[in-house]
Design a protein around this ligand. Structure first.
Ligand SMILES: *Cc1c(COP(=O)(O)O)cnc(C)c1O
Length: 463
């Protein structure tokens, strides 16, 4: 036999030795998958893997092709495709509102309210008094008005949607004046100019990047101006030779141009961030008091609630949003309404600092954080407790930091160790600074301490 024939005979033997579908299915490692998933899905996955391995053998692969190896491949493939995509993660980064990690964890009562709404029927669009169809849009309005002092309010899916709705409803085919320093990208590809244009408005940039005055807004032919839009520079700062008109000056400019004043304040902090040694973030109640017609902010940034976009302001301006066809496209679901109501109630009760996780984390005392980091160090038996800085994140307070204490650990390959921590059943996300792994207790929820300690004990064991 020539060597070519030998190779052919060898391949045929390998192909013949491929296990059957039933042989793979009866492997013990597939028992759990068969108990959990639809049998047809598992059988389909087994066929697919056998097909792939057959192709692999034909193109010269030397990989194992016994039933047990194939079953492991099937099991991994099913897990990758069918397991829940969202996993609980421990945020040890010290970034409080971490957009990549799901932004704000909601309060205990908000989480309960959301679960309750999800698992049952409710009066979402039902008027219990008259036994007829009611309005979803109006559930949150009284609470929103109570905590912001506004006349009216409406909720959509996120703040980007809120801006889109406002511009569509009020500015279509007309001009919106925006300071050059505010025609910016907020993050994740959300560009103010693009949103305005796609919502059908004509963007007119006024002033310059660093300095814009009231007169820049009023200088124009006013017939076409639908609105003056102020956008909070959430995630960057222009420093030095800068000037921006105050909101009351913008109110005057809007009156002079007979246009609407829209204030997109981003984070929408109802509490005063200066009490925590941070810079001042714009507050919805202040924008309302200064006379903005519509004030827009997120539900899941400094408000500390579920993902939502909130618009509060004057009744005449908000009503048009509630009746706009886009409202049907952007309306929030019942779990959002339930979670947001519970979150707003914390503010109405004056207890947000104690109950809303975002504020508890921002308000955590440095000494308490040091005690926690020390406890981790004792239980882990390694590392040093070092002074470090946490940030608020979520496009709020750029450049501001909160003093904290972290557990700092030296590893030969810190990026590899960080990867190991992320690969755990409960992933722990840490940060690396100057070649050391830092874990910040500020953003680790109280019931997650054990997860952090056991993760560190395990990775230290591997070192
Ligand atoms: C974050 C932010 C948005 C977008 O809000 P989402 O809730 O993420 O959609 C819009 N405008 C400003 C000023 C922001 O800071």
């Amino acid at each position: 036999m020539s060597s070519r024939d030998e190779r052919g005979a060898d391949l045929s033997a390998k192909l013949r030795s491929l296990p059957s579908v039933d042989q793979v299915l009866s492997e013990p490692s597939l028992a759990d998958a068969l108990a959990r998933w639809d049998r047809g899905l598992v059988v389909g996955a087994v066929r697919a893997v056998i097909g792939e391995v057959r192709e692999g053998l034909r193109s010269g692969s030397e990989a194992a092709h016994d039933a047990a190896s194939l079953a492991v491949m099937v099991e991994r493939g099913l897990e990758a495709r069918l397991a829940s995509p969202l996993r609980r993660v421990v945020n040890a980064t010290g970034v409080v509102i971490h957009t990549n990690l799901g932004r704000a964890p909601v309060s205990e009562s908000a989480a309960m309210a959301m679960a309750e709404a999800a698992g049952g029927y409710d009066n979402l669009e039902y008027d219990l008094e008259v036994g007829e169809r009611g309005s979803r849009a109006q559930h949150l309005e009284p609470l929103l008005c109570a905590v912001t002092g506004a006349e009216a309010g409406v909720v959509v899916n996120n703040n980007a949607a809120a801006l889109y709705l406002v511009v569509s409803a009020w500015c279509e085919e007309r001009e919106v004046l925006v300071s050059r320093g505010q025609a910016v990208e907020i993050g994740g590809g959300f560009r103010i100019p693009d949103v305005l244009v796609s919502a059908g408005a004509e963007l007119v940039e006024v002033g310059t990047t660093n300095r814009t005055r009231k007169s820049d807004y009023t200088r124009r032919d006013t017939r076409e101006v639908a609105a003056i839009l102020r956008v909070h520079s959430s995630n960057f700062r222009i420093v030095g030779f800068t000037e921006e008109p105050s909101l009351s000056e913008l109110r005057e400019a809007a009156d002079e141009t007979r246009s609407l004043l829209i204030d997109d304040i981003g984070s929408g902090s109802l509490l005063d961030t200066r009490r925590y040694g941070l810079s001042g973030e714009p507050r919805p109640q202040e924008s309302v008091a200064a006379g903005a017609d519509l004030v827009l902010f997120s539900g899941d940034k400094l408000l500390g609630g579920p993902q939502a976009g909130i618009v509060v302001g004057k009744s005449s301006a908000v009503r048009r949003l509630q009746h706009h066809p886009l409202m049907r496209v952007l309306r929030p679901d019942k779990t959002t309404i339930a979670g947001l109501a519970a979150t707003l109630q914390h503010y109405a009760a004056g207890e947000a600092e104690e109950t809303v996780p975002v504020w508890r984390m921002i308000g955590a005392e440095a000494s308490a954080l040091r005690d926690r980091a020390e406890r981790w160090r004792r239980e882990v038996g390694a590392g040093d407790v070092v002074a470090a800085e946490s940030t608020v994140g979520g496009g709020s307070l750029p450049g501001d930091t909160l003093p904290t204490f972290c557990l700092s650990l030296a590893f030969t390959h810190p990026t590899e160790t960080a990867r190991r921590l992320r690969a755990r059943e409960i992933p722990v996300v840490a940060r690396i600074e100057q070649g050391r792994l830092l874990l910040d207790p500020r953003t680790v929820l109280p019931d997650e301490d054990d997860a952090v300690v056991s993760a560190l004990v395990d990775v230290l064991g591997v070192e």
